[in-house]
Design a binder for this molecule. Sequence first.
Ligand SMILES: [Zn+2]
Ligand SMILES: [Zn+2]
Length: 228
Amino acid sequence: MASFKQTGSIKAFQAFIATVYALPDDRLYSIWDLLSQEQRFSMRALKGIRKQDIRKVKPNLLIALSWLMAIANRLHIDAEDEVWSRFPMRCSYCGKLPCVCKAKKVLARTRFKRDDARRPRSLRAFQQMFNAIYPPEHRTLADAGVHLAEEVGEVAEAVHNFLGRHIENQFDDIKVEIADLMSCIFGVANSAGIDITRELEKMFSRGCHVCHKAPCACNFSEVSRLET
Ligand SMILES: [Zn+2]
Ligand SMILES: [Zn+2]
């Protein structure tokens, strides 16, 4: 049975989501359905933040991440490669570790070289990398949530733009926005004290977290009624 292991990389998690969900996703879900599910669970995570209920933030954040992987799979985008290309152990904007954007009021994107030897090998190491670039003590959990909402909107915008006009560099925008949203998902997790790897391992120990089958056999209306 397909499962996600705690040593797994982001690539391994994306591949796991393909193994379990590509079949129902390809048959039942348009890209807009995938996007609205990713948005739906991100907003549910925000509700958890507003109510200061981390138990509500946790599953919804993980399910939002899973739908984001489904979007990346549909568009044949490697989320881990995009995260590393955007955040190579430094802030994507100021180029510093930790980020000094706020403290130094950085106004323009800095160009810098990437050192591939520092690339994290596991999803857990990527979460630690984001903790080092964007230390949670520099923001509140609510701020992290607002930033998450902003990036959810930007992924939707990028997909709409590309699928409307089919211009190559608009496809590149989708890759960047997926990386930015991943950074915010890690950001909320770091602010809320959620160990994404440990939670994914618990949630996905046997195929789909609801029906425990691979491929998932949940039907469309069950998914739309899922309470988390
Ligand atoms: Zn910065
Ligand atoms: Zn299922």
